[in-house]
Design a protein around this ligand. Structure first.
Ligand code: RUQ
Ligand code: CUA
Length: 851
């Protein structure tokens, strides 16, 4: 044991020296390294910025797991290339215009009682104000809604604590209608607002009919948050242009940036969404703009549902504490974060204690009377996340854009506790469930905008950098840099992986977008091609390794719909489908049915094929679409004479194929017996594989019948083809069956002790498996039972491994050497290694029945 450890330590020293790593680096590595097959504790959903997609990765490993197609096409997933996903993407068209990019900003996770429930994820598009809903059962976007009145948005998406509503606040004020309005009428005609989308947390759908927008002054609303617990029912949105400056740099006027930051303060908008939702039910209280409900400011004011609180110059993030008692607003152009007390704001509202009104008549609450404390944090505070000890120690983390730091401070006392430098210019930061009512602490991810000098050079456009920080100790520790190749990845939200309950395969024939059986669902044996006028419908199936049908003949100008169902029941047996040159692509996860419609507007021959490497015969998973021009005459040109086999040759090939099949079948039968004897049905993942294997196997009988018929009819050539198909089914059965067996062995074998594990490693490193196969005699004897083969077996085996040459003259050894024509070499094992190996051999004997 000592010896192995010592050699391990030397190896570690060597690696440290060679790679220039410090102890601190090793510690960081140990905190993030996730061994092969290991899982992460947290799953992160990061906006994909301009890609219009979402990124999914794990913490602490920072391994990317997936991109989710949201506002823009994503080819791998067929997102935007098949009929159903095209429909969802088209929900995002604005005034009939197709938009193929998105500026995704703020993802939000659905909540039950203020805590993430792992069901839905929503995200906004800032440039083309839209919200998308992603289903966390399959990580697929299911709905896109376009904001009917806002022309850009930023302060969204934010769920209310029971996912009743989603807040989406404006960014750049603009007229609500779609007409031209002079900039001179800015104060009169341009408006900001917050759209309050009604969400159905059961169905995961936004109900646009029950949604409404609260009209707000053109102050450039910014980030928002929903109140919780004490402040539940209220929404908070800040702004950065209470000056209502309208720019005009080209006219010699100072630019927006100068005019928008003239005042010492801007406004936090405080509104009662619960009350507004009630008001919106009465047509008297709303005006309809672009077909959508808008509550005018005066209605909100009259009903005591809208107030303003001054906040320091050009603020940015606004974040409500987990108990809803405090609202933390970051200064951006001010070095402070201001903590407001909800109780104080509420008191001012209830006692109508206002210092005045803004030009639109909205009551203003005295900033001093609303503030709890102010913390001097540093330059450019932007966003906040709460830590595990938020309740007692007011633990909060704030990003400092200009200072490139994460600050840990106490929002109850406004005292700074710790600082961590990041590289560079952090925007958002992501705590583990750090904005829910149940922050988990442990890590903060800094979402940095720049990555200058951090990574290999890849041209002028650098990746963005997500840096993982350990916040579990007294001092924060930077652990890991993760370059993000897609973005700008604006904000991220984290959830405990244990809270996600994802479906690993679809119900057979489902349309994931309706939740119902797809109208194109096709099972084995139901494949057909139907023509209705000039529309050809192909009802097809996909299963390793063929597409049925394999020939599709249509006329030039026909519309073609491929309905395809992936019949696989094995997890991860995804097929893809494309028709060459027709710009269609689908991803067919097991069970899914997909529709692909296109116009056959090119004459010719177009291979179609499966685009996922799904089995050894993946390349054979193909077919042809033949598009004929009906106005043309085609002449057949069969000229080449193929050499034919003699009847005797054919018979020989037939016999050989049948013999191979029966040999393969006995291997399959032994695997099946093993699986049955060991009760595979008790292990769901194994059971799924076996179901799939037996499904393949069940197709053999039909092929055998066809083969026998062909023999009877004297068509041996055809019979050989059917026998080959039988072999294909057998290979597929064996492929899955053996995977099932391996998995089952792992599940039922007794666990290896640490020593046995080391012994196994030594066995592999020593190259012992070059000659020995456990459970089989190969180039060396089977090692199952080797310890019992000799008196004092353990001692004998140990001696033999350590000093084989000493025993070469032994009679038994001589006979073995003769038999195998090989001599056991001295592998230079240490005594400790051999002791471990003996433990491994003991483990083998204990599980002998599994080999
Ligand atoms: S906010 S500029 Cu998330 Cu810092 Cu968008
Ligand atoms: Cu199916 Cu490749």
């Amino acid at each position: 044991m000592m010896a192995t450890f010592a050699s391990g330590a030397t190896e570690l020293d060597k690696v440290m020296k060679e790679r220039g790593l410090s102890q601190q680096d090793l510690l960081a590595a140990a905190k993030t390294y996730t061994p092969s097959g290991g899982r992460d504790k947290y799953v992160i959903f990061s906006s994909g910025g301009q890609s219009g997609q979402m990124l999914v990765y794990g913490v602490p490993s920072m391994r990317l797991l997936k991109y989710i197609g949201v506002f823009t096409p994503e080819p791998w997933q067929g997102w935007g290339y098949d009929d159903d996903t095209k429909k969802i993407l088209a929900e995002g068209n604005i005034r009939g215009k197709k938009i193929t990019w998105g500026d995704t900003h703020h993802p939000a996770l659905s909540e039950t009682n203020g805590v993430y429930d792992g069901k839905w994820l929503v995200v906004n598009d800032k440039a083309n104000p839209r919200i998308a809903v992603i289903d966390l059962e399959d990580f697929v976007t299911k709905q896109i809604v376009v904001n009917p009145v806002l022309k850009s948005d930023h302060g969204g998406a934010f769920f209310t604590p029971n996912s009743e509503y989603i807040l989406e606040a404006c960014q750049y004020a603009a007229p609500f209608d779609n007409e031209w309005h002079s900039m001179d009428d800015y104060a009169e005609s341009y408006r900001g607002g917050v759209t309050i989308w009604k969400f159905d947390p059961k169905k995961g759908k936004i109900d646009t009919k029950k949604s409404f927008t609260l009209e707000l002054p053109p102050y450039m609303q910014d980030l928002s948050d929903a109140g919780k617990e004490a402040s539940d029912g209220w929404g908070f949105t800040n702004s950065f242009n209470s000056e209502m400056y309208t720019g005009g740099i080209e006219k010699g006027l100072p630019p927006f940036e100068a005019g928008c930051s003239r005042n010492d303060t801007d406004y936090l908008h405080v509104y009662n969404w619960k009350k507004l939702a009630k008001l919106a039910e009465d047509p008297k209280n709303v005006k309809i703009v672009n077909g959508a409900k808008v509550i005018p400011m005066d209605v909100a004011i009259k009903n005591n549902a809208l107030f303003l609180v001054p906040e320091p110059k050009s603020p940015h993030g606004v974040d409500v504490s987990p108990d809803g008692k405090y609202i933390v607003v970051c200064g951006k152009l001010d070095t402070h974060a201001t903590v407001y007390s909800w109780a104080k704001i509420k008191k001012a509202i209830d006692s109508k204690d206002f210092v005045g009104k803004d030009p639109y008549g909205i009551p203003i609450i005295d900033m001093k009377k609303a503030a709890h404390c102010q913390a001097e944090l540093g330059l450019g505070p932007l966003h906040n996340q709460f830590g595990k000890n938020w309740k007692k120690q007011g633990e909060i983390y704030t990003s400092l854009y200009v200072d490139s730091q994460v600050v840990r401070w106490d929002y109850l006392t406004c005292k700074v506790v710790d600082r961590q430098n990041v590289s560079y210019n952090i925007g958002h930061l992501c705590g583990m469930e750090g904005k829910s009512e149940d922050p988990q602490g442990e890590y903060i991810i800094a979402l940095n905008k720049l990555a200058i000098d951090r990574f290999n050079e890849i041209g002028p456009l650098h990746p963005q950098n997500h840096q993982l920080i350990d916040v579990s100790g007294k001092k924060m520790q930077l652990l890991y840099d993760m370059p993000i190749p897609l973005g700008e990845p604006h904000q991220a939200v984290a959830i405990r992986a244990s809270k996600l309950h994802t479906d690993m395969r679809y119900k057979m024939g489902i349309n994931p977008f309706t939740g119902k059986i797809h109208k194109g669902k096709t099972l084995a044996g139901q494949e057909k091609i139907v023509r209705k006028g000039n529309h050809v419908y192909v009802y097809g199936t996909m299963v390793r390794s063929h597409i049925n049908p394999e020939h599709v003949n249509v006329n030039l100008g026909d519309t073609v719909t491929f309905y395809l169902t992936n019949l696989e029941r094995a997890e991860d047996e995804t097929h893809g489908f494309t028709v060459d040159q027709y710009n269609v692509h689908a991803s067919l996860e097991p069970g899914k049915t997909v529709a692909l419609t296109f116009k056959a507007d090119r004459e010719g021959v177009f291979p179609y094929y499966c685009t996922e490497f799904c089995s050894a015969l993946h390349l054979e998973m193909m077919g042809y679409l033949l598009v004929k021009d009906p106005s043309k005459k085609y002449v057949s040109v069969q000229k080449l004479k193929m050499a034919k086999m003699s009847p005797a040759q054919l018979k020989a090939e037939y016999d050989k194929t049948v013999a191979t099949n029966s040999a393969t079948d006995s291997v399959i039968q032994s695997v099946v017996k093993f699986l049955k004897d060991n009760h595979y049905e008790k292990y769901p993942t194994v059971k799924n594989l076996v179901t799939d294997a037996l499904d393949q196997y069940s197709k053999i009988a039909e092929q055998k019948k066809l083969s026998d018929e062909a023999v009877k009819a004297g068509n041996i050539n055809k019979a050989i083809l059917f026998e080959n198909m039988i072999w294909q089914y057998m290979v597929k059965t064996a492929d899955v069956g053996i995977r099932a067996k391996d998995l089952l062995v792992k599940k039922i074998a007794t666990p290896m002790s640490a020593a046995a594990q080391r012994g196994h490693a030594a066995y592999l490193e020593g190259g012992c498996n070059g000659c020995h196969v456990i459970g089989k005699v190969s180039s060396g004897p089977d090692l199952v039972g080797v310890l019992g083969r000799h008196e004092n077996g353990e001692k004998w085996v140990k001696e033999w491994i350590l000093h084989p040459e000493k025993m070469y003259d032994n009679d038994y050894i001589k006979s073995m050497t003769n038999y195998f024509n090989l001599r056991m070499p001295n592998q230079g094992m240490t005594e400790a290694q051999v002791d471990d190996m003996i433990e491994y051999l003991k483990w083998i004997d204990k599980n002998a029945n599994l080999f």
